[in-house]
Ligand binder design. Structure first.
Ligand code: KIV
Ligand code: ZN
Length: 402
C-alpha cells in the first residue's frame, strides 16, 4: 500500500500500459432479464459511453432482431471516437448481417464466437472439436473479408481443454482475428487460475503476439472484477465490462470498478484506461434509469454509500483527513462531496461539524443537551436529516432562553 494512493494515480500515468475498455452494456448487459432498452435509450447510453472515452462499444447482436440491427446501425453511424462492434455467432448469415449493420461505422468491429469447452461442444453445439475448429477458421476469415478489426471469442474458454484452446486460438489468429477473447462465460474461474490460463495461452500459442488478448468475466461467484484484473496482469490488454456490472445472470465485470481499481492501485496494477472517470456516476445513473435496475446502496464506486460515513470513529477520522477512510475522492468519480450521514453511530465531532454547516454556534451546555437529544432521536430514526437537527437545536435554543 502506498502512502498516498490518491495522488499516485496522476503521477504514475505515463509509465502505464494502456488498457482497451470494451463496453458491452448494450449487448451482454441488455441480455439480462428485464434490462431491455428502447432504441432511444440505447442511443443515449452509447453517446455517453463515447463521450466518456470507452474504446469499443458492443452495440448489439444484429441477427437477433430487426430492433437490434437498427440499434447497431444507428450507434455505428453516430459514434465519434469509439469503435462499434456487432456480435455474430459462427454462421455466415450472422457475420454478414453484422457487417451490414456496421457499414456506417468509422471503426467497425465484428465479434464472432463459438463454444470450445467439452460440455458446450457436446451438448449445446453437438459438434466434434474438429468441426468447431473448422468453423472458427471459416467464420473468422469471413468476418475478415468484411472488416479489418475482428474479435474472436472461445465461449466457455475457462472450461476448455488447454491443448484444444491453444490450437483454436492459433488458428483464429492465422485466419485474421486481431483480438482474442478468452471469456469466463459462467463465472467459474478464480484470479489465480485465470492468470495462469491467459499466461499459458500467450506463451504456448506461437503467433500470440499478433493479437490483443481480452478478458470477459461473469460474476456468478462474485469474482468478475478480480478475475479481469488478474487477466490484465497476465498480459491481456482489453477488458470487457458493463456499466453497473449488468449482464447475463449475476452480470459482467463492472466498468466503474475495473477503471477505478487500475486508477487507484497503479502501484500494483500499472495500467491506464482512457475513461474520464468523473463521468462514471452519471453513466451509472443513466443505465440504472433506462434499465430500471436499482444500484445497490453499497455498490463499489457508484453506490449511494460509496462516499458516505456514519460511524463516529469514521466521521471523526474523515474530519481530520479524508484519506483516513477514502481511497479515492468522490470528485474523481463525479460525486460532489463526501457525506457524513447523521445517525446513531455519529459522534460529537461530526455533530459539531454539522451544526457549523447549518450555521449554529452553541455553548458547551447547550451543545451537550442538543447532542444527547440528537442521540435519542437517532435511536428512533434510521437517518437524521438536516431538518431534524435544525428543529432539535431551535427547540434547545428556545428552552435555554425561557
Ligand atoms: O460470456 C460470453 O462468453 C459471451 C461471449 C459472447 C463473448 O458473452
Ligand atoms: Zn458474456
Amino acid at each position: 500500500m502506498t502512502a498516498n494512493p490518491q495522488s499516485d494515480a496522476a503521477t504514475e500515468s505515463t509509465a502505464k500500459d494502456r488498457v482497451i475498455i470494451f463496453d458491452t452494456t448494450l449487448r451482454d448487459g441488455e441480455q439480462c432479464p428485464g434490462a431491455t432498452m428502447t432504441l432511444e435509450e440505447k442511443l443515449q447510453v452509447a453517446d455517453l459511453l463515447d463521450e466518456m472515452g470507452v474504446d469499443v462499444i458492443e452495440a448489439g447482436f444484429p441477427i437477433a432482431s430487426n430492433g437490434d440491427f437498427e440499434a447497431v446501425s444507428l450507434v455505428a453511424a453516430r459514434m465519434k471516437n469509439a469503435s462499434v462492434c456487432g456480435l455474430a455467432r459462427a454462421a455466415f448469415k450472422d457475420i454478414d448481417r453484422a457487417a451490414e449493420a456496421l457499414k456506417g461505422a468509422r471503426r467497425p468491429r465484428i465479434h464472432t464466437f463459438i463454444s470450445t469447452s467439452p460440455v458446450h461442444m457436446k451438448w449445446k453445439l453437438q459438434k466434434t472439436p474438429d468441426e468447431v475448429h473448422e468453423l472458427v477458421v471459416a467464420q473468422v476469415s469471413r468476418a475478415r473479408n468484411h472488416v479489418e478489426d475482428v474479435e474472436w471469442s472461445c465461449e466457455d474458454g475457462t472450461r476448455t481443454e488447454h491443448d484444444f484452446l491453444c490450437k483454436v486460438v492459433e488458428s483464429a489468429i492465422r485466419a485474421g482475428a486481431t483480438t482474442i477473447n478468452i471469456p469466463d462465460t459462467v463465472g467459474y474461474t478464480t484470479p489465480e487460475e485465470y492468470f495462469a490460463l491467459i499466461k499459458m495461452v500467450r506463451e504456448r500459442v506461437p503467433n500470440s503476439d499478433k493479437a490483443i488478448f481480452s478478458v470477459h468475466c461473469h460474476d456468478d461467484l462474485g469474482m468478475a472484477v478480480a478475475n479481469s484484473l488478474a487477466g490484465l496482469r497476465a498480459g491481456a490488454r482489453q477488458i470487457e465490462c458493463t456499466v453497473n456490472g449488468i449482464g447475463e445472470r449475476a452480470g459482467n465485470a463492472a466498468m466503474e470498478e475495473v477503471v477505478m481499481a487500475i486508477q487507484t492501485r497503479g502501484d500494483v496494477l500499472p495500467f491506464a484506461s482512457g475513461i474520464k472517470t468523473e463521468m462514471l456516476t452519471r453513466a451509472s445513473k443513466l443505465v440504472s434509469a433506462v434499465t430500471s435496475f436499482p444500484v445497490q446502496y453499497n455498490k463499489a464506486v457508484v453506490g449511494r454509500n460509496a462516499f458516505a460515513h456514519e460511524s463516529g470513529i469514521h466521521q471523526d477520522g474523515m474530519l481530520k483527513h479524508t484519506q483516513t477512510y477514502e481511497i479515492m475522492t468522490p470528485e474523481s468519480v463525479g460525486v460532489k462531496q463526501t457525506s457524513l450521514v447523521m445517525g446513531k453511530h455519529s459522534g460529537r465531532n461530526a455533530f459539531r461539524e454539522k451544526l457549523k454547516q447549518l450555521g449554529y454556534q452553541l455553548g458547551d451546555n447547550e451543545f451537550e443537551d442538543a447532542f444527547n437529544r440528537f442521540k435519542d432521536l437517532a435511536d428512533r430514526k434510521k437517518v437524521v436529516y438536516d431538518e431534524d437537527i435544525e428543529a432539535l437545536v431551535d427547540q434547545e435554543i428556545a428552552t435555554a432562553q425561557d
